[in-house]
Design a protein around this ligand. Structure first.
Ligand code: CTP
Ligand code: MG
Length: 459
């Protein structure tokens, strides 16, 4: 027999649901998360997984064309089939199962609305299928689960220790899940909300359970998009895996423009880029470039382009902070902060696009921890940083089709001249060093991420 038989691992990605509980204009699997539709994040993980051979995407009629374009644009290598789903989740997954040919060995079924599935979790599910016919993932419930009757009376409170919340991916040896769906079809059953239930219902064997993850949420209600945004920031933009070799390879030979690089974090980035074999060109107010002036930015970028024939990244560390209450602060000081921190950054972005689209380059900005909550005594500063974060999120979507990456670093309190000027002497051990923030900036540039707020914390 040819060893081609029963060798394939297929991922079935369910995306045919109507998102009734989500109650927004687009179904949740197509809502934008960090610049791209949720389903694209999910597909990325499966497409890059070494143990997955093929992916079948199950969608509904309304979104078939949209999904097709998205898949073609995303250049997913493994998406072999796009199929029309059914009215219920079970029907949709059966469409995927019945589309498998007999060379399929293991099937992994996953909700497209779970974009934070971990690559290691997929590996564990697939490996466990050498031993078990079906594998689920689950996490402990946080609330007490109560059983209620039709007239809203508690009938039972099961012991929490024996309860888990089931997630996906769920994995199956293909013949077993196929049999389960065939039986359900014959019996006219179509409303099981997961595939392991079918295996149990028809007593086809034991289902092994692996630990799931708190991060592996299923986007369900509108609130979940806010949680997803936050998870994306703290989990997907985990840059710790980027090694110094990765940084070196990514920076070597790169032409990097830094606005505001004469001191603090900008200066550190400058030094590091040069040490790693890149070229950093610095423009700052002290050398005659004011980012409040569009022409001044345009001229700066043009001199760099004329000399080096490309620009790979534009970093804007220029920022102004002035202490003072609104009642008494000078108008001039308000305007200087807003016009540098927010308007200036927007102008830098605008002037950079023409160059960065040639290199699929990077735009990088700096926020402040005050962006999430205004702080008294420096309200124009924190307001301008909040505006800048919002700008970066929107711009990253706008420039995605040029493959320009737009991100923003949000460092905790950092030991910079600007900080010392405003806050005086502070205990250095509680402050981030400009070097450590600069390192995160370079990691961001080489990471390929887009539309992220990168939180840098003093551990
Ligand atoms: N799903 C599907 N086909 C269906 C129903 C659901 O492919 N007929 C998919 C969804 O797109 C989702 C996953 O199954 O990725 C989990 O289902 P659920 O979270 O219930 O999504 P929806 O059914 O779309 O949402 P709701 O129940 O709120 O309407
Ligand atoms: Mg549903």
């Amino acid at each position: 027999m040819s060893d081609k038989l029963n060798t394939k691992n297929v991922a079935i990605i369910l995306a045919a649901g109507k998102s009734r509980r989500f109650d927004e204009e687009v179904p949740k699997q197509f809502a934008k998360l960090a610049g791209k539709p949720v389903i694209e994040h999910t597909l990325d993980i499966f497409d890059n997984h070494p143990l997955i051979d093929e992916i079948y995407v199950i969608v509904n009629k309304e979104y078939f064309a949209f999904t097709k374009t998205l898949i073609q644009r995303g250049l997913f290598k493994k998406v072999k089939k796009m199929l029309l789903g059914g009215e219920t989740r079970q029907e949709s997954s059966s469409v995927g199962i019945f589309a498998c040919e007999n060379d399929v060995k293991k099937v992994i079924i996953h909700d497209s609305a779970r974009p934070f599935v971990d690559s290691n979790m997929i590996t564990s599910v697939i490996q466990s299928l050498d031993e078990f016919i079906a594998v689920d993932v689950g996490i402990p419930p946080v609330d007490t689960i109560i059983e209620v009757s039709d007239d809203s009376k508690i009938t039972n409170i099961p012991k929490r220790e024996s309860l888990l919340r089931g997630q996906t991916p769920q994995g199956f040896q293909f013949p077993f899940i196929k049999k389960a769906h065939q039986k359900a079809l014959k019996d006219g059953i179509n409303n099981f909300t997961d595939d392991c239930s079918l295996i149990l219902n028809y007593k086809l064997g034991e289902v092994y359970v692996l630990p799931g993850s708190e991060y592996n949420i299923k986007i369900t209600y509108p609130l979940d998009m806010h949680i997803a945004d936050k998870i994306f920031q703290i989990y997907k933009t985990n840059l710790n895996d980027i090694s110094s070799d990765n940084i070196k390879d990514g920076i070597k030979g790169k032409i990097i423009v830094i606005f505001g690089g004469s001191k603090g974090i900008g200066l550190e980035i400058h030094k590091m880029v040069e040490e790693l074999g890149g070229k950093a060109i610095v423009f700052s107010k002290s050398t005659g470039t004011d980012i409040r002036d569009f022409n001044s930015i345009k001229n700066a970028l043009k001199t760099v382009y004329d000399k080096f024939k490309k620009i790979d990244a534009v970093i804007c560390t220029a920022g102004v902070m002035k202490f003072g209450n609104i009642e008494t602060i000078e108008i001039e000081d308000i305007l200087e902060q807003i016009n540098t921190n927010l308007v200036g950054s927007i102008l830098v972005a605008k002037a950079s696009i023409t160059y960065l689209k040639q290199t699929n380059g990077n735009l990088l900005f700096f926020a402040s921890s005050s962006y999430t909550k205004g702080r008294s005594s420096y309200t124009p500063y924190s307001a301008s940083k909040a505006g800048l974060v919002n700008f970066v999120q929107g711009l990253s979507e706008e420039l995605d089709h040029y493959k320009i990456k737009v991100n923003i670093i949000n460092p905790e309190r950092t030991d910079t001249p600007m900080r010392r000027m405003n806050f005086g002497k502070e205990d250095k051990s509680t402050l981030l060093t400009p070097e450590s923030v600069a390192l995160y900036a370079l990691k961001t540039l080489v990471s390929g991420i887009n539309g992220s707020i990168i939180e840098v914390r003093k551990k």
